[in-house]
Design a protein around this ligand. Structure first.
Ligand SMILES: [Zn+2]
Length: 576
């Protein structure tokens, strides 16, 4: 049978596929090649390039040549593609759609037929071909379903079907005639992970600091890369390390399938530190601002202490509560930063409790919203909230889809890694697969953090809460000022994440928040929804704040100068 070609341009490419198992086995690459050449000769086509998929155990890698061919067809404007392996040119419908988009004519060398999927005259052939493609897709969906089912069974038995986190390694082992990845503790990195949890649980490190610390100790990714603080944060939130794991939105017990690195108690402490609810303070009784004040110079906690002072005028002794830095870092840190062994805020009794009280009272007072602006603020908040909510929901949905896609990809890669581990000739493939897993893991970390942010935002800034807070803000000042110390401590913890403290004549400019600065040496990091409320109603511009600080410094300076001049004038009066 004479087969028409697309046009007078008789250039063609041949696509040779390497079959794995099953129906296509009878068409070896050599048979395919011969058939294609034979077909070309019979139909006046000229094969100018052959594309032959390399034999590979890695399914994901198997279509490399297909994409090369696609490129070639596009750039060389090739109009004919010949194949010789049964009905399907590709196992993947998307590939077929891509090929269809090139205006190429399909030639099946086995059946000796051809068709142009974009030509209405070839409708029947095209439909038959596409039907096969759909079948192929269905069968691949079935395979995927099987994979998911077998994963669920694994999970129920406490076996983790995805990549174990940093600190663990896989040992491929033959179990019941099948290769399995046995998860075991990586001797070196496992120790680092334990150290990471221990150090962070002290509450003395910010995430950036603990990241630096771990870097200096030598912790690296599986591929020897320095870790980012988002990754460290994710590890700190990974229950896998104490024996539970998340899968498909649920949490499972590992049922002893691998050895935990840390205890649940340590994990829980770390979660508290991460949530900023930690009240880890090394010593001291239960002071009013315990766990709330943080040294801005070194990031350590500020603790309360007592000092007795005897008033000269009356001779009576009074006890003062003041706060100073715990100076909990290594001497090297303070030497490098301040040229001394301890934090500057460690040495002196810097802030008395009374000063902190006054500062917070002042800030609370400014939270008052007058009735006129109340309506406007409320309206703004409501529309902002609606817009934000819709955007958030869309983003959450798309992130969750990406997450499950990654989970699927990871499971196939893990199987591949196990398979490749049997054969040293496959080291390269294994390396590539492991690298890909690491990339996916790091993307997963990003997704999780973003999802958490989005979900936390939703919880924290609910409309009712905004309204409640607005109502509360009307009376907050009176309530706060009238509260007992115990009650006030509770309110503090509710409203503030923490209060940053620096030297008395300094100005705190929090990182990334240059628009919301406070012209004072104590800076409140608000909890939601107070944070939003604060930002909407009472924004201090940078210039405004600096001017305020300058003014304050000037006033203090001139007061000092006055005193000093007074004495000096007496002593240095020129001789008459
Ligand atoms: Zn300090």
């Amino acid at each position: 049978m004479e087969v028409k070609s697309s046009s007078s341009d008789n250039r063609a490419v041949a696509y040779i596929r390497v079959s794995t198992k099953g129906q296509d086995e009878k068409f070896s690459p050599e048979v395919q090649e011969d058939s294609c050449r034979q077909y070309a000769r019979n139909n006046h086509l000229k094969i100018i390039k052959e594309f032959r998929e390399a034999r590979s155990g890695w399914k994901l890698n198997a279509r490399v040549e297909f994409y090369k061919m696609l490129d070639f067809i596009k750039t060389q404007k090739i109009l004919n593609v010949i194949f010789a392996f049964g009905d399907r040119i590709s196992r993947n419908t998307e590939d077929y759609v891509l090929l269809k988009g090139t205006k190429v004519r399909f030639h099946n060398a086995i059946s000796g037929t051809s068709f142009d999927p974009n030509d209405p005259n070839d409708f029947e052939e095209t439909a038959a071909f596409e039907h096969d493609q759909v079948d192929a897709k269905k069968s691949s969906a079935k395979t995927r379903r099987k994979v998911i089912d077998s994963q669920s069974k694994k999970v129920e038995k406490g076996e983790y079907p995805a990549a174990a986190p940093l600190g663990y390694t896989y040992k491929p082992e033959m179990v019941g005639g099948k290769w399995k990845n046995i998860i075991s503790v990586d001797p070196e990195r496992g120790r680092f992970i334990k150290e990471l949890f221990k150090l962070y649980s002290t509450g003395e490190y910010t995430l950036r600091e603990i990241t630096e610390k771990m870097k200096s100790l030598g912790l690296r990714s599986k591929h020897d890369r320095v870790l980012m603080h988002e990754e460290i944060r994710r590890y700190l939130k990974t229950p896998f390390y104490y024996g539970r794991f998340r899968w498909g939105g649920k949490e499972y017990d590992n049922q002893g399938t691998y050895e935990p690195i840390i205890s649940k108690a340590l994990f829980d402490t770390v979660q508290e530190v991460l949530a900023g609810k930690s009240t880890v303070v090394k010593w001291g009784r239960d002071f009013k601002y315990k766990g709330l004040l943080q040294c801005h110079l070194c990031g350590c906690a500020m603790v309360g202490d007592e000092q007795n002072k005897t008033l000269k005028s009356t001779g009576k002794t009074k006890t003062y509560v003041y706060y100073h830095c715990t100076s909990g870092k290594k001497t090297e840190f303070y030497q490098a930063k301040f040229g001394q062994d301890r934090c500057p805020l460690y040495h002196r009794p810097y802030y008395t409790e009374k000063e902190v009280d006054e500062f917070l009272e002042r800030e609370i007072e400014s939270l008052y919203i007058d009735p006129e602006t109340y309506g406007w603020v409320r309206q703004q908040l409501e529309s902002d909230y609606q817009n934000l909510k819709e955007l958030n929901e869309a983003e959450i949905e798309s992130l969750k889809k990406e997450q499950s896609r990654i989970d699927g990809q990871e499971s196939s890669l893990i199987l591949l890694i196990a398979e490749a581990s049997r054969d040293s000739a496959k080291d390269k493939i294994r390396g590539l697969a492991e690298k890909k897993v690491e990339e996916l893991e790091s993307r997963k970390a990003e997704i999780e953090i973003r999802l958490e942010e989005l979900q936390r935002g939703e919880e924290a800034v609910s409309l009712e809460e905004i309204e409640d807070t607005l109502e509360l803000s009307k009376a907050l000042k009176d309530k706060y000022l009238a509260a007992s110390p115990e009650k006030r401590r509770k309110l503090n913890n509710l409203m503030f994440r923490n209060v940053l403290v620096t030297e008395k004549n300094s100005l705190i400019i929090p990182e990334g928040e240059e628009n919301y600065i406070s012209a004072v040496p104590l800076y409140i990091v608000w909890n939601e929804p107070f944070k939003s409320l604060w930002e909407i109603g009472f924004i201090h511009g940078m210039d405004e704040a600096k001017a305020e600080a300058r003014e304050r410094a000037e006033t203090e300076k001139s007061a000092k100068i006055k005193k000093w001049r007074g004495r000096r004038d007496l002593n240095s009066r020129p001789l008459a």
